[in-house]
Each structure stands twice: as structure tokens, then as C-alpha cells.
Design a protein around this ligand. Structure first.
Ligand code: 5AD
Ligand code: SF4
Length: 461
């Protein structure tokens, strides 16, 4: 049975391009989880007879896998829905579907005025073939039920990454943290962990198909916990899962995201240090450097705790890259709170960061409890200041690499120069270099010659 299952899983790894099949076009917005969800959706639809098209003009079904994390993400998608509707006017019978977080958040509202034909939330993808079948011009379909069990563990995602070298593996879904600004717990539901055996099987299958890097995904990977049905002794936590995946092959790199500062354990840090193929990089969103803001954000840690955690990581792995997320202009943020963020960023010296202006999300605790009272121009100014700061910190961090040697996994050709490859170091720095005779998927040793704030320029050793 298992062998049979693996055979069908293997067949699924690449998109089917049979021209006689009805065609689905998928546009993905938002985070890496969504990218991987689109691969799950394609797998489900391929099994139901569809083929992927990259030409929206050929599509029978147009899907947008959406993001609700900030208002501007949703505004962009509304703009796209208008463009999708043009396709419908040109060709009868084209189906437009909104899936993912925005579908979950807005539910029936998306069907008002026959804007779209299909609305499906993140836990409803198995029902997509049935929903599509049941659509008629006056009968749009919706399924936004959230589940406590769905992990799509048995579905082998059809890889749309194109490079054939690095792939995402979702290890859990949902989030139980309820940070006050965040809509994710409402759109993706409660946290649940996926069967570790199915995760390892997926990693093995990717490795056998030439992949050399997997990124284990979850909203809060450190709270991964697979509860064994027979005995708590056989439960699997995140550190144990990391080890299981690292053991698939020393030539398979393992990354993971996202780590929640309060939950990342010493066991995880020591497991990383034990395996050369677990990449030396932790994405550790801090959100703010002010204890007042962190408390209002319900982040469950404070500045001192965060700095201590960073200290711990660096004491065990001095070469570990640390990146973060920061929100500028959260409710009631004063100039002093902002300065605390600036000083924390300086103190840590992040290697990179994603930085955002606070965007109030309806239904969240913050939207109910705290006025969104930092004026837009102040938010923008603070955001610009931290972006400028991070550019400097990234440059400083990259400058430290000049003269050092790194093992890099080649991921593809450089966008700027087709003669050069691009890949990443273990600590997640993008590297460009010439490597005649090599190909994506190869590991090479390079020496860093120079850098910008975003890239290391290197030569093959
Ligand atoms: N406004 C701005 N940024 C947000 N994030 C989450 N919710 C919001 C919001 N309402 C950011 C956080 C999180 C990242 C994925 O998105 O920094 O870590
Ligand atoms: Fe949102 Fe917080 Fe969960 Fe991250 S940990 S998804 S920020 S609620």
C-alpha cells in the first residue's frame, strides 16, 4: 500500500501539461504557506482531471490564492478580480475562484453582485473539484469551514517552484497564538501538526527527484507537536522532527520558518548545531523593541527575553543568520517605543528583516480594543527609518562575510547575468558567482569577494 502510495505521489511532482484537459490558472499571494497551498490545490485538481496553464487566456478555472495579512494585500487582489472578470466577459463559462485567507475572512461577501463563482477557505481545498462541478451561472459555491484536523498530509504537492532544487513542506497549519494585530488565527484556524512520517516521506521523495533543500513551514514551527495515538513517549516535537528530516540525507539542506521567540527551545538550537545540513538561519520575528508594544501585541515575551534568546543562539552557533519581522506604528506607539525598536535592531544587528506599517485588520483583538492612532505619515516616516537602518545592518552583516568561504547550493542562474549562478549560504545570504561546468542542485565552495546589502559576490574555489 505504501509503495503504491509513493508511486502516485511521485507522478504528481511536476505539473501535467496534457492539452486535452481543462485548464486551471493559479495566482498566489502572500506567504510561503500560500505558495505551498497552491501546490496542494494543483495536486487535488490534477487528480480531478485538470492541467495547469500559465496563460490566463486559456484557463477554464482562474484561482487566486489570497492573503489578508494587511489591507494593501487585499486591495491588490480586488484589483486583480476586476481583471479576471474581463476574461469572463471574453469567454463564456470561465470560473473565477477566490481561495485562501481572504476567502475565509470575507466569506459570502465575495459572492455579492456575482463578483466571483467560487469561494474556498484554507481547509476546504479537497472539496474544490466538487464545488467547481456544482457551479452554474446563478449558483456560485462556497466552502469556508475550518477544520481541527486537516493537514493535507496525504497529498503530494505538485511543485511549481521551477528551480527543482528547493521546495516547501508544510508541517502544520493554523496558529493558536492570537497576537492582537494578526488575522491569521481567524483565517487559518487552530493549530494542528502533520504526521511526521508523511513529512519525512515527502522529503525523501523530493530528494529522490533531485531536490536538495526543503523548507519546513508553519506559522509557529516551534510549537509543532505530533501526538502519538498510543503513547505520549512517542510524541514528536519540532527538534525531533528537524532531526528526522536532517537524517534523510546529508546532501539535503533543511530550513524552517517561522520561529516564535517564546517557543524556540534550546533543544531546537542544539539540534541545529548538531547537523551540518540544518541551515544556520533562524527567522525570529520580534515585531517591536518596546515592552509596552509587545504586551499590547500579546507577544508573550519582552525585549530582554528576546535579546537573551538571540544571545543563546549565537553562543551555540556564532555563524547563525538571524532575520526578523518588524511592525512600525502599532496602536499607541510613541516616539520612545519606536526608538526602542531602533535600538533593539541595532543591538541584535539583524542580517535581514521584513518591515511593515501596522494595518488594522477587522475582527482582531487590536481592532476591537485599541485605536489605530498613529498618523499615516508618522507610520511611513518610522517605517522608512527602520528600512534605512536595516539596509545599513544588512550591509554590515554582509561585509563581515568578505574573505570568508561558504558552501553554497546552486539554485539557478542569476537574473542579472546568465553566465552566473545564484544560491544561498547556510546562513541564508544570497550569493552570485560563476561556476562553469556546474548546474542547479550542485553544492560548491566559494570565497566572498565583495558585497552589497542584498548580495554576496563570490568566486568558485
Ligand atoms: N499589520 C502589519 N503587519 C502585520 N503582520 C501581521 N499582521 C500585521 C498587521 N495587521 C506582519 C508581522 C508578521 C508578518 C508575517 O506580517 O510582522 O510577522
Ligand atoms: Fe499571527 Fe502571531 Fe500566529 Fe504569527 S504567531 S501567525 S503573528 S498570530
Amino acid at each position: 500500500m505504501q509503495d503504491k502510495q509513493r508511486k502516485t505521489r511521485k507522478m504528481n511532482i511536476k505539473p501535467i501539461t496534457d492539452p486535452s484537459r481543462p485548464k486551471v490558472y493559479i495566482e498566489t499571494y502572500g506567504c510561503q504557506m500560500n505558495m505551498n497551498d497552491s501546490e496542494v490545490i494543483l495536486s487535488i485538481l490534477q487528480d480531478a482531471g485538470y492541467a495547469l496553464t500559465e496563460d490566463i487566456g486559456q484557463a477554464d478555472v482562474i484561482l487566486a490564492n489570497t492573503c489578508s495579512i494587511r489591507d494593501n494585500a487585499e486591495q491588490r487582489i480586488w484589483g486583480r478580480i476586476d481583471q479576471f472578470r474581463l476574461q469572463k466577459r471574453r469567454r463564456d463559462g470561465v470560473i473565477i475562484g477566490i481561495v485562501g485567507c481572504m476567502a475565509e475572512r470575507l466569506k459570502e461577501k465575495l459572492l455579492d453582485g456575482h463578483t466571483v463563482d467560487l469561494v474556498a477557505g484554507p481547509d476546504a481545498y479537497r472539496s474544490l473539484p466538487d464545488l467547481i462541478r456544482q457551479i452554474s451561472p446563478d449558483k456560485p459555491q462556497i466552502n469556508v469551514l475550518l477544520s481541527h484536523e486537516e493537514t493535507y498530509a496525504d497529498i503530494s504537492p505538485v511543485r511549481m517552484d521551477r528551480n527543482g532544487v528547493s521546495a516547501y513542506i508544510s508541517i502544520m497549519r493554523g496558529c493558536n497564538n492570537v497576537c492582537s494585530y494578526c488575522v491569521v488565527p481567524y483565517t487559518r484556524g487552530a493549530e494542528r501538526s502533520r504526521d511526521p512520517q508523511s513529512i519525512v516521506r515527502e522529503a525523501v521523495e523530493l530528494f529522490e527527484n533531485g531536490y536538495r533543500e526543503v523548507c519546513l513551514l508553519g506559522q509557529n514551527v516551534d510549537s509543532y507537536l505530533w501526538k502519538h495515538p498510543d503513547s505520549a513517549d512517542k510524541n514528536v516535537n519540532f527538534a525531533q522532527l528537524l532531526e528526522m528530516v536532517a537524517k534523510v540525507s546529508p546532501d539535503l539542506r533543511v530550513r524552517f520558518s517561522t520561529s516564535y521567540p517564546k517557543d524556540i527551545s534550546d533543544e531546537v538550537i542544539y539540534t541545529m548545531a548538531m547537523y551540518e545540513n540544518i541551515c544556520r538561519h533562524i527567522h525570529l520575528p520580534v515585531q517591536s523593541g518596546s515592552n509596552t508594544m509587545l504586551e499590547k501585541m500579546r507577544r508573550k515575551y519582552n525585549r530582554e527575553w528576546y535579546l537573551e534568546k538571540v544571545g543563546k543562539i549565537r553562543s551555540v552557533m556564532p555563524d547563525c543568520g538571524i532575520s526578523t519581522d518588524v511592525i512600525a506604528g502599532f496602536c499607541g506607539e510613541t516616539e520612545q517605543d519606536h526608538k526602542d525598536t531602533v535600538s533593539l535592531m541595532e543591538a541584535v544587528g539583524f542580517d535581514s528583516a521584513f518591515m511593515f506599517q501596522y494595518s488594522e485588520r477587522p475582527g482582531t483583538l487590536a481592532a476591537r480594543k485599541y485605536p489605530d492612532d498613529v498618523p499615516p505619515e508618522v507610520k511611513t516616516a518610522r517605517l522608512n527609518e527602520i528600512i534605512a537602518l536595516q539596509n545599513r545592518l544588512s550591509l554590515e552583516s554582509n561585509t563581515k562575510e568578505v574573505g570568508k568561504r561558504h558552501k553554497v547550493l546552486i539554485e539557478g542562474t542569476s537574473k542579472r547575468n546568465e553566465e552566473e549562478f545564484t544560491g544561498r549560504t547556510s546562513n541564508n545570504k544570497v550569493c552570485v558567482f560563476a561556476a562553469p561546468g556546474h548546474k542547479p542542485g550542485d553544492y560548491v565552495e566559494v570565497e566572498v569577494l565583495s558585497c552589497t546589502s542584498a548580495t554576496l559576490i563570490a568566486k568558485l574555489i
